[in-house]
Design a protein around this ligand. Structure first.
Ligand code: CP
Ligand code: NVA
Length: 311
């Protein structure tokens, strides 16, 4: 493996260089091909992953656990009622104790500062499995999916339409670091964090990417190769759901809006989707929707991440 990422925490996509992202995609492609052609790898034989979940999950939990099983290791699920993160004992103590037993930790949390604290005290790599601020493993799987569809990333245009949330933040970094142009269309007051946008623009200076933030979904999707959206109310924002439904209505990705992108454009969504809200069902089931490839690619890319940070 050309780039050494052993021992590295993955809390944000911005923790990675362009070279490291390319390496993760390359290894994921190899692991995926070998899995599909029946060549198992026991690269993580005898290794254990500790998975902390403060929030629900289908894809992330199954992808991490299956990745460990397929690579000859083991994943332990620690749900909200198991360790009661932030309630039963200090986060610092959890990080120290867990990392004395397992080889790598994944944590899905509310506040981003919780994964940062886990990483500060952990003796082993900590991977952010979604925080309120970022969702890096999602975007690494998405970059793998985009690469598979277009055989390149550099120079493509990605339109993200919707809430300037955790997924949007990681996408902005991921695009800027890989030379993909990104245009984010959100309602006023729901734009991505300006610190993320500024930092991404810094990355973009060396990769040639363009980072645009707008309130106009039509402007964002014009000429796009990828149209991406996510739920309007994320986990933890349930009380705002009704108000957001009203505010975000003009930002729904329906066939009309999707057709304003390139005729070859693909539709992406990290899932779970709320059909009829941020995306219509016919776009979700469109022949150019790649949402289920994205979901499967979580597993292949997570295998690659686990291998790179532990070996
Ligand atoms: N996309 C994603 O992270 O899905 P889950 O919430 O089901 O893990
Ligand atoms: N923005 C969503 C992503 C779910 C994978 C959330 O945080 O709930």
């Amino acid at each position: 493996m050309a780039v050494d990422m052993k021992g590295k925490h993955l809390l944000s996509i911005s923790d990675l260089t362009q070279e490291e992202i390319c390496q993760i995609i390359e290894t994921a492609l190899i692991l995926k091909f070998d899995r599909q052609t029946g060549r198992p790898h026991e690269l993580l034989k005898g290794r254990t992953l500790g998975m902390i979940f403060q929030k629900p999950s289908l894809r992330t939990r199954v992808a991490f656990e299956t990745a460990m099983t397929q690579l000859g290791g083991h994943g332990i699920y620690l749900g909200p009622d198991d360790i009661k993160l932030g309630k039963r004992e200090k986060t610092e103590d959890i990080a120290i104790v867990l990392s004395r037993m397992v080889d790598v930790i994944m944590a899905r949390v509310f506040g981003h500062e919780i994964v940062e604290e886990l990483a500060r005290y952990s003796l082993v790599p900590v991977i952010n499995g979604l925080s309120d601020f970022e969702h890096p493993t999602q975007i690494l799987g998405d970059l793998l999916t985009i690469y598979e569809k277009f055989r390149k990333l550099e120079g493509l245009k990605l339109a993200y339409v919707g809430d300037g949330n955790n997924v949007a933040h990681s996408l902005i970094y991921g695009a800027a670091l890989t030379g993909m142009h990104i245009s984010v269309a959100s309602p006023s007051g729901y734009e991505p964090d300006s610190r993320v946008v500024e930092k991404a623009k810094e990355f973009a200076r060396s990769t040639g990417a363009e980072v645009e933030i707008t309130n106009d979904p039509h402007r964002a999707v014009k000429g796009a190769d990828v149209v991406y959206t996510d739920v309007w109310a994320s986990m933890g924002q349930e009380t705002e759901a009704e108000e957001r439904k009203r505010i975000f209505q003009p930002y729904q990705v329906n066939v009309e809006l999707f057709e304003e992108a390139k005729p070859t454009a693909v539709f992406m969504h990290c899932l779970p989707a709320h059909y009829g809200e941020e995306v219509s069902l016919d776009v979700g089931r469109h022949p150019r929707s790649v949402i289920f490839d994205q979901a499967e690619n979580r597993m292949h890319s997570i295998k690659s991440i686990l291998v790179h940070v532990t070996r």
